[in-house]
Design a protein. Structure first.
Length: 271
């Protein structure tokens, strides 16, 4: 709780992005949200943990809230934040090379561009990448609840809660919320759905211990509830269902063999 403020993006910087019009000189919410969805797709493609995605978004938001970023640089910044987060979370042997990430993401920058951008981001954020995020609190609160409840452990599904958090991360507004508040909102909404008095009482104790006010919780819970309702609607394009699309030239497409277009799905090889 003492740490979370250090790793929150500057609210003033986020407000400037929120109020920005869509043009070539300033970053707007739609562009930021679209880039976060790309990071989600990249996380899924490489089979990385939710923590990598959440941390990449945190690094991205902290940087764009600090610096005036032009939309043309956002692609390079996004890939760089993804790479920095992967280095913190993932096993070194599983992290792809910069060239591979550029190729897969099609971010239209070179390895040297990525290195220069990494230096800028690192210096501006004082090399502090291992952040306290909403996912940190979600895991902590989830563990506390399971330790004190007499109900079945699988009732409160952590995978579902993580997926809901990722949906919230795709909206710029939730970067303004305290990570502890956002995590508690997700848990209380899920407990409301389960209609469990015991779980609700445990969360009240967590809220009191975390010094989260009722007004803060109510304000953000309404926004989270609306976001999740929008996200669950069939009209919403979900990043976890969206496949990465590669753009190739006509000449390259003509040279591709038919077998490349229809690769059969292979069964998972047991370890």
């Amino acid at each position: 709780l003492e740490q979370e403020g250090r790793f929150q993006p500057r609210e003033k910087g986020l407000s400037i992005i929120e109020g920005a019009a869509e043009n070539e000189n300033s970053l707007c919410p739609r562009q930021r949200n679209a880039k976060v969805e790309d990071l989600w797709s990249l996380t899924n493609f490489f089979g990385f943990a939710t923590e990598t995605f959440v941390l990449a978004v945190n690094i991205l938001d902290r940087f764009v809230a600090l610096m005036k970023v032009k939309p043309k640089h956002l692609s390079c910044i996004g890939v760089c934040c993804f790479q920095l987060a992967a280095r913190v979370v993932e096993e070194e042997c599983n992290i792809p090379s910069a060239h591979e990430i550029i190729r897969i993401s099609q971010c239209k920058c070179t390895v040297s561009d990525l290195k220069r951008m990494e230096k800028i981001i690192s210096e501006k954020l004082h090399f502090e990448f291992k952040a306290t995020t909403a996912l940190t609190f979600l895991h902590l609160y989830h563990t506390i609840v399971l330790c004190h409840t007499s109900e079945r452990k699988e009732v409160l599904n952590l995978d579902k809660l993580e997926a809901q958090l990722k949906a919230c991360n795709c909206r710029l507004v939730f970067s303004k919320a305290k990570p502890s508040v956002l995590a508690l909102c997700l848990l209380t909404l899920e407990v409301q759905t389960l209609k469990s008095v015991e779980l609700f009482e445990i969360l009240l104790c967590v809220q009191k211990h975390s010094k989260i006010s009722d007004s803060d919780l109510l304000y953000w819970r309404e926004l989270v509830s609306k976001c999740l309702a929008d996200y669950s609607s069939p009209e919403c394009c979900k990043p976890d269902h969206k496949k990465l699309v590669w753009i190739v030239s006509r000449r390259t497409a003509q040279n591709l063999q038919n077998s490349y277009y229809s690769v059969p799905e292979l069964p998972t090889i047991p370890e």
